[in-house]
Design a protein around this ligand. Structure first.
Ligand code: CP3
Length: 354
């Protein structure tokens, strides 16, 4: 644990960490997935002449972009500016992040030889990320939690196998079913990369981590249990000793919430489809809940925004009254690039005052 981290911890308990661990937060904690990104004019400006991946390996830039939404919106969490494919790139996988598309893999991983050739991630290869974390911890107010993250093995596998974003995940699901042994080899290697990346971030001092299994909602519960849960469980188990809240999130995962909690989550992330009190009931309580605001609510004007915020806050309160450990306010997925940054600031203000 870094020196900086100990000093931060000695101060007031962070509202976000309190809510994640069943303590009473001093104010209602809020952060937004993709809060650091194209909705911010200062982000667009700083990124004009720099590529996405290049930016992720520049510690000063990572620190600056991570801080931007905290300064502007007064959120209770800072999410490390990076991407789920950064550890793969760091390990040596040839890929790019294409604006408007997402990650694109130069040579998709489809055969036994491809899986065998997938490199391991060494700690020093994510040195830029851990340097950025030290810098951020030096700047972040004591009350604001720094959230590290990684892509879950399934979501990473889907990009590697498909070669980029997919609607059907057909090659991914085909490998999973047709060659479970190869699938498990690939998932095992990705699990190792994810663990190395998260442990590096935790050693550098992040206060919480979020495992993004963004596309797990493409699977049935039975397939998730058979092909994904053992690997995601290993990720969660290998970071459990840090005693830092582990958030687990995916889109369209209403049917998977229980399984995604059982792999070892302390906080379950919920998309806009399932109300938080319903989600808390589904997972059997005992964990904190996060999310559920539809990202487009931030675009619909203040009256709609206030109505929706009141709804989510009410459902969060009901979830906690019924046995959820706490409630962290967030969206059901990321801030959309066309969102007015000032609406986001007003949302945070409302969440802190309502
Ligand atoms: O503010 C934050 O949330 C921190 C940064 C963050 C990014 N990506 C920055 C980014 C985080 C946490 C991620 C995770 C990520 N990346 C996920 C999981 C979260 C989710 O959205 O479900 C996934 C699936 C990816 C893969 C990826 N990278 C996608 C789908 C895209 C969007 C493509 C596009 O242009 O719309 C990216 C690129 C990306 N990652 C951007 C940002 C700010 C946009 C690129 C840019 O600004 O040029």
């Amino acid at each position: 644990m870094s020196q900086v981290h100990k000093v931060r911890r000695a101060g007031d308990r962070m509202p976000l960490i309190a809510a994640a661990t069943g303590e009473q937060p001093s104010r209602r904690p809020v952060w937004f997935m993709r809060q650091a990104g194209r909705s911010l004019p200062e982000y667009r400006e700083i990124r004009v002449d720099r590529g996405m991946l290049e930016s992720c390996f520049d510690p000063e830039l990572v620190c600056e972009i991570t801080m931007q939404p905290v300064r502007r919106h007064d959120t209770d969490g800072a999410i490390l500016f990076s991407d789920i494919v950064v550890p793969l790139r760091a390990a040596g996988v040839d890929l790019d992040i294409v604006a408007g598309t997402g990650p694109v893999i130069a040579e998709p991983v489809r055969t036994a030889a491809d899986v065998a050739a997938l490199p391991r991630l060494e700690r020093d290869e994510v040195g830029a990320v851990t340097s950025a974390i030290s810098m951020i911890l030096g700047e972040l107010p004591d009350s604001v939690a720094l959230i590290g993250f990684a892509g879950a093995p399934f979501t990473l596998a889907s990009y590697l196998i498909e070669g980029g974003p997919s609607r059907t995940y057909e090659r991914t699901k085909t490998m999973m079913r047709a060659d479970p042994e190869l699938w498990n080899q690939l998932m095992g290697k990705l699990t190792d990369i994810t663990i190395t990346s998260l442990q590096a971030q935790l050693d550098a001092g992040v206060d919480a981590v979020q495992l993004f299994d963004s596309w797990a909602g493409a699977l049935s519960v039975a397939d998730y249990q058979a092909y994904v849960a053992p690997h995601s469980s290993r990720v969660m188990a290998e970071i459990a000793d840090y005693g830092v809240p582990r958030i687990h999130f995916g889109v369209g995962t209403g049917e998977l919430l229980t399984a995604m909690t059982q792999v070892g989550a302390d906080v379950i992330g919920v998309d806009w489809r399932v109300p938080l009190d319903v989600a808390a009931h589904r997972v059997g309580y005992g964990v904190a809940v996060q999310g559920n605001l539809d990202p487009t609510v931030l675009m619909a004007g203040d009256a709609v925004m206030e109505r929706e915020l009141r709804r989510v806050l009410g459902e969060g309160e009901r979830a906690v009254a019924a046995g959820a450990l706490g409630h962290i306010v967030n969206l059901g997925h990321g801030v959309l690039p066309n969102t007015d940054a000032e609406a986001v600031t007003r949302a945070v203000e409302l969440i802190h005052t309502l």
